[in-house]
Design a protein around this ligand. Sequence first.
Ligand code: PHE
Length: 345
Amino acid sequence: MEKETILKLKEDLIKDLENVTNSHDLEEISIKYLSKKSTLSQAMQSFRTLSREEKVEYGKLINEVRTFIESKISEVSKKVKEKELIDKLESDKIDITAPSSLISTGAKNPFYLVSDEIVDIFVSMGFKVVEGPEVESDHYNFELLNIPKNHPARDMQDTFYINSNLLLRTHTSPAQAHELEKNPNKPLMIICPGKTYRRDDDDMTHSHQFAQVEGLVVGKGITLANLKATLELFVKKMFGEKREIRLRSSYFPFTEPSVEVDVSCAECNGKGCQVCKGTGYIEILGAGMVHPNVLKMANYDPEIYSGFAFGVGIERVAMLRYDINDIRKIYTNDIRFLNQFKKRG
Ligand code: PHE
């Protein structure tokens, strides 16, 4: 092969390299100049037929041209790779200011919205949260709350019995009985939230399983005025500053006197409308002064100690607060219902 042909490879290569823009082009050039089929390889093959002196001279030339080609290609390859990396980084850039796609979040069941709020309100007044078992003994659910066997008040609180002694608690008051027993003759201020059960036919306002928050305050010199002030504060925080409460006398075996607490109707502000059935008030909870028998059974001296108690149904508060007309909506987890309670903003 002519020496000029081999030398010309250098010029050709430089021309070809001028047009290279990416590693694919470069790969093709490298095949053209360095593969087995390249002019250079062909020149090597004719090498064998040459005389010794020619081999030295020819070999030098081929080596020099090959080194030139390799170093030029690798020089350009570095530049091309660098450029390609920069291009990739540019195109992959994440715009952190771009609006995100919508993330779907769940909503808290109104039951939990309300129960958390009730607990927060009482905790802010200094109440301690106490929980008790849902499976209770007759002793704690009834006897210690002044509801002896065969007492007619048991009728209102019929429940699910596991055996003649164990039952699903009908209220969270037994948790209070446990707490009283633990600290005889010490003042206390507790709330007991939790699930409760009764033998009830399920309808729009009743369920065989529901939940309560019951409160108990025991100390020296506790009066009905303390009960009223505490519940008034609770109602205003829960339903709004304008709400008033009204106490009506009632009966519970574990409190004496006992009261039913009504809140003024938010719809008509106490004037009377369809919502409050013309009375201006809506009943929300039961309460009263702890019966001396209950204190005595827990080893408190009723001559020194007095107290008040109240019990509020969580679902009932949720229904009033959010205008829910059927208690079953709270339990059935219909997503269309729950989505209405998504936090806004
Ligand atoms: N334990 C009562 C109930 O479930 C509610 C209540 C509690 C009433 C405390 C008065 C005092 O019906």
